[in-house]
Design a protein around this ligand. Structure first.
Ligand code: ZN
Length: 292
């Protein structure tokens, strides 16, 4: 199943929902960054959340970035998505290894530790919207749920998950977001809460062979679910040589002149997608003129 996202409504538009399967793009990120299982899980969860939040944006050019920073060994991960189903992400420390948590699951919360989740919405205005909340568990789904309640005053249920194969490749990845609209009636809220309390994990739903549509059917089938839109999603970085040149200039005059003195071409990798860019000594000599 290729990666895609669906949008839906239920209960006469008193509920809106999103679901995504993101196995291929999570596996792409794992390979690009050579991430350990716990970091693969963290990145896959965050990118799934970012894709669904990207699908909530109103303007064509809006970009949404989710940033987690914590005191745990992973220190931080970042994912950026737009409304066209494009997402990318990277980890500050891709190779963190941790024992499983007390539920026998990958310890994403332990990898993050105490810290914060920051949501940055760039809507082309002078200043982006920034909302920051304390991490609740660092498991990402809980933290996004808390963010929606606190920063956007939208009661929501967020489930994101990544399941690994024994060989540490990605077996399943995806998630859902269910949101209550302000005019929802109490009876529907109660029924929905009861329903959600019976739901197993996202990864077990996906691993049973369910598509995003079927995942929403399981969650909201009793509420008059209506799938309204479907969109392909993928890992996409918008880097080019010029952007990598700027990164190279920013490493500083001393480092650049050392590279030139070595007399060898160098390879510089994009931090976000790990694509390699080569620079000849002559190119380095041109770039050093721009160094401060
Ligand atoms: Zn890139």
């Amino acid at each position: 199943m290729s990666d895609y996202l669906v949008r839906a409504t239920a209960a006469n538009a008193q509920i809106r929902a999103f679901a995504v399967t993101s196995r291929e793009l999570t596996e792409f990120a794992r390979k690009a960054h050579d991430t350990s299982p716990v970091i693969t899980a963290a990145l896959g969860r965050l990118m799934s959340g970012a894709l669904m939040m990207g699908a909530m944006t109103k303007n064509d050019t809006d970009v949404i970035t989710l940033q987690i920073r914590g005191v745990g060994p992973a220190k931080g991960i970042t994912a950026t998505a737009n409304g066209h189903g494009e997402v990318n992400g990277y980890a500050l420390f891709p190779q963190v290894i941790l024992p499983a948590n007390d539920k026998g699951k990958l310890d994403v919360g332990g990898a993050m530790g105490d810290g914060y989740l920051r949501v940055i919405k760039d809507m082309g205005l002078k200043d982006p919207y920034v909302g920051t909340v304390q991490l609740q568990t660092g498991e990402i789904g809980d933290d996004l749920t808390y963010y929606f309640a606190h920063s956007e005053q939208t009661p929501s249920s967020v489930g994101v998950g990544v399941l690994m194969n024994k060989d540490n490749t990605v077996r399943q990845a995806g998630g859902f977001i269910i949101q209550l609209m302000p005019f929802i009636d109490d009876e529907t809220v109660t029924r929905l809460e009861e329903k959600l309390s019976t739901i197993s994990s996202v990864t077990s739903i996906l691993d049973a062979g369910n598509s995003p549509e079927e995942m929403l059917e399981i969650l909201l089938g009793d509420f008059g679910l209506e799938i309204t839109d479907k969109m392909d999603v993928c890992f996409k970085c918008h880097c080019d040589k010029e952007r990598v040149e700027k990164a190279l200039i920013s490493v500083g005059r001393k480092e650049l002149s050392d590279m030139i003195a070595d007399g060898e071409p160098i390879e510089m990798k994009c931090q976000i997608c790990n694509k390699a860019y080569n620079f000849s000594v002559d190119e380095l000599k041109k770039l050093i003129k721009y160094c401060k």
